[in-house]
Ligand binder design. Sequence first.
Ligand SMILES: Nc1nc2c(c(=O)[nH]1)N[C@H]1C(S)=C(S)[C@@H](COP(=O)(O)OP(=O)(O)OC[C@H]3O[C@@H](n4cnc5c(=O)[nH]c(N)nc54)[C@H](O)[C@@H]3O)O[C@H]1N2
Ligand SMILES: Nc1nc2c(c(=O)[nH]1)N[C@H]1C(S)=C(S)[C@@H](COP(=O)(O)OP(=O)(O)OC[C@H]3O[C@@H](n4cnc5c(=O)[nH]c(N)nc54)[C@H](O)[C@@H]3O)O[C@H]1N2
Ligand code: SF4
Ligand SMILES: [Mo]
Length: 712
Amino acid sequence: MRQVKSFCRICSGTCGTVVTIDDEDRIHAVRGDKEHALTAGYACGKGLAVADMHNRPDRILRPLKRRDDGTFEEISLEQATAEIAQRLSTLIARDGAQSIATYCGTAGTWNMTLMKMVAPFMRAIGSPNVYTCLTIDCSSRVVTAVRLGNWAAGKQRWDGSDVWMMFGTNPMLSITSIAGIPPLNVNKRMKTGRASGLKLIVVDPRRTETAAAADIHARIRPGEDIALIAGMLRIIIDEGLHDADFCARHVDGLDALRAAVDPFTPDYVAARAGMTAEAVTTLAREFGGADKRGCATAGSGLTMSPFSNLADHMIELLNVVCGRYARAGEPVTNPVPIAPARPTEAKVVRLPRWWEDGYKTRADGYGMLFTDEGGELPTSALPDEILQEGPGQIRALFSIGGNPASVFPDQHRTVEALKSLDLLVVIDPLMTNTARMADYIIPPRLMYERVDIPLTTWQQFRIPVPFSQYTPALVEPPAGADVTEEWHFFWDLARRLNRQIVFQGVPLDMETAPSSDELIDLMTQGAQIPMDEIRRYPGGKVFAMQETVREPAPDHADRFDVLPDDVAAELADYLGRAPEPGYDFLLTTRRMRGIHNSVVMGRKGATHNPAYLHSADTAALGVAPGDMVRISSPAGDVTALIAVDDTLSPGTVSISHGRGGLPGDPVDMLRDGTSTSKLVSLARNRERINGMPAMTAIPVRIERCERQGASI
Ligand SMILES: Nc1nc2c(c(=O)[nH]1)N[C@H]1C(S)=C(S)[C@@H](COP(=O)(O)OP(=O)(O)OC[C@H]3O[C@@H](n4cnc5c(=O)[nH]c(N)nc54)[C@H](O)[C@@H]3O)O[C@H]1N2
Ligand SMILES: Nc1nc2c(c(=O)[nH]1)N[C@H]1C(S)=C(S)[C@@H](COP(=O)(O)OP(=O)(O)OC[C@H]3O[C@@H](n4cnc5c(=O)[nH]c(N)nc54)[C@H](O)[C@@H]3O)O[C@H]1N2
Ligand code: SF4
Ligand SMILES: [Mo]
């Protein structure tokens, strides 16, 4: 047995780990690294269960090819890659490069060499059809940065704040980075923040783990956060609780904003958001104040909500009017050791509306989001891009470390699209619902079989100190495995198609593959702390780096635009929207401890996702825990098993996403659970720009039904 330091790459926690490896070079156990500078021993159950993922008996270890009768046969990686390259070549010749698409899911996002290889691969073949789970997760965040403007030095930090307001996020369970609390040993940071006087406010229809630890839990009717924020802004501006100096210097449109939120009186907000008028005023006064430090942040409860772009914009307006950003003279939170040195300035930066110019999807004309490295299209547009016939139709899809059939909104449309493809290649260690439909399944090396560095994107805001880490590959894949290093698979496809990959601005040798370490060196070219130095500290290190936020040049003219025309129009739409008649419950999204989106991690916890209801509602419906109900939305219906959860507000039903079978599957409810994505339609109420349908606050009806083995 030996012990090696590394870090977990399942979520943004990037928890430091110590991995015990047995004499057969197999992972025996994983624990949190107590000496880790950021996470100090914390690791969640999913991270600890990852040894099981490496060794589980159903891990796919050799490529699988679908036979004509739908069964799979094992083939070699060499044969699979050659055949896929051949099929791509035929498709490109027949339908053009645009017929090829990639979708990178969560397991792809946390694999840095892969993450940075997919876009160059797509550029090399000439296809714009790059999709990732980021655009089904927090695409509204990017829309806000563009429409409102972005503060180059970042927001005020958790440490040293007076007040923090979280909407629709539960970081104590999800360890998400977008809640603003650094996703690094959240429990400990929560305690130290609170001990230093930070007042935490959580807005959530459920008394979550995070809400229970907060100073104020404001229960809200799902989907109505916009009303609350508009009401708060009205009070903050009227009572002079905004930062007037900051607004005068950096903000356009404050008067128009005040006029637009005028209908949101405390009484109106109270009626709409299901709270008291006094609560609205209290929340505004608790958050507002030019002399306070802090932040308003939001998670899935808002990024999945109806009007997701507007909801996100409104959250950021709370920060803008109160000036909650890092100012000149303050220390830069994290000058990012692996990035080149560049000054951080206290200024608004305006980005172009990428989605208005440039490539658009054929169906509904959605444009590019996240233009880093050439751009991405909104994931909810992918099914229609596959199904809509005509020039540019997508005919081949690579699904990399994701599970579209289980997690995309509108499972029926998604599955119809996946089944209609000429070529579906799934890179995954498990026989997921998506993999079951694949033409080829390519098994990857797993986390501890790869070298890696922590996610490079947004690092300056996610990690609150100049920390970096490198992990070598700790073990080799199991004996007899024929698995791929994922970036290599795409490099090899490009090689076989005679395409040149340009990686981080450098054309790669297309005859002899680079090593993963060479790619990491390219990704960190010009780093302030050279990668070789970082490699010397196996558990990671906080480097001694200091930088101060600077004043921008005097002629810098960019300002926040708090109420662009399309935001004003969305606010008017929201104001006029009536509840969907005939539905008496609102279904909300949540996460479960042992389940990561569609994947059950470990063998101990529940594998199904019950429908949680308040006991007042189960009593009124005449159902008990374990009973089966039929849940119907305007888009479809599903069956679910009931569990009681009195942390919920009556009138809401809360179910996590990603579980359940494919349409028509016989489903063992206790094992497989329910697919909430069958309750969402891509044909109804989609947002402009990011194309998101509402994946929380979904109007539903609930009826008791006989327990049976099947779910539709
Ligand atoms: N265990 C576990 N951890 C995970 C994941 C997982 O599947 N399992 N997934 C990971 C991923 S990919 C992500 S993106 C992050 C997400 O992390 P979070 O953004 O923290 O997401 P959730 O934990 O689902 O919390 C969403 C909260 O929003 C509330 N909510 C729902 N609708 C509304 C609404 O209309 N208004 C308001 N105010 N609140 C609402 C819900 O009650 C819930 O408490 O978690 C990551 N971590
Ligand atoms: N209704 C509703 N829908 C939602 C959400 C919601 O809150 N509500 N949340 C949305 C969000 S935030 C997200 S991020 C998406 C999640 O969307 P996805 O990322 O598409 O879904 P996951 O289930 O996380 O898929 C991860 C896959 O990676 C595989 N895997 C594990 N390790 C590796 C590896 O090393 N390499 C490779 N190639 N594969 C690996 C796993 O077996 C699994 O199949 O779901 C979205 N859908
Ligand atoms: S919180 Fe859990 S899943 Fe996320 S990085 Fe840490 S151990 Fe891994
Ligand atoms: Mo996510």
